[in-house]
Design a protein around this ligand. Sequence first.
Ligand SMILES: [Zn+2]
Length: 230
Amino acid sequence: MNQNKTFINKNEAEQISASPEEIEDYNNKVRRNPSSCKPGSCQCCGFASDEFKKHDTRKRQFYAIVEQIIQTVIGLLIRWECPNCGKTFTDYPDFALPYKRYTVPTILTFSGFYTEDDQITYQGVNIKMPVAYQDSEKQMSHSTVYRWVTDIGNSTEIIQKSVDIILQADPMSKICRDIANLFVPPKKYRSDERLKILSQCRQFLKIQKLFNFKFGVKIFPNFDKFPSFQ
Ligand SMILES: [Zn+2]
């Protein structure tokens, strides 16, 4: 038995990735009823409308992790045409992000493994939760986790907007206090820039959990679907 797997309970394992079934469910919606996937507003000009026209459908490879094995699953994404600016843009289901093959739960979970444990290194994350490619000895690279932490930590605007929305809905919220002093161990950074990224990554992970809990809406990737932004 693989010793490493003893770290993982069923709950944790369920949350680390969108499942192939979830991706296929979305594909079926795209095939059968694309209008049910309509975006709230245009990603180019921000125009809110229910008059978006389907421009085309394209395929995208996703990596779904099942029992710590990375499976390639083909997903369908719709490009929409905006009736206001005439431009086309891709809309993403909750599990997907632009330019990313791994799904949102994977990106959030692995980033959290790194930032929420003061002792762990990037290599340590891969030991805690080893995942390997199907039909190959190759494992997910620790530089992948580094990049995810960087991307999330650079989401300054999303963090600010999310905090604003939470405070609008609940002026007594303690969110500002909760995210003000999140500790980052000095051994994890060598520059102020990296400190800021790690700190903001921790902030984002906290905020997105609260956001999801309060509003039942995921911050990633369709922030504009939230009513306040329409
Ligand atoms: Zn537009």
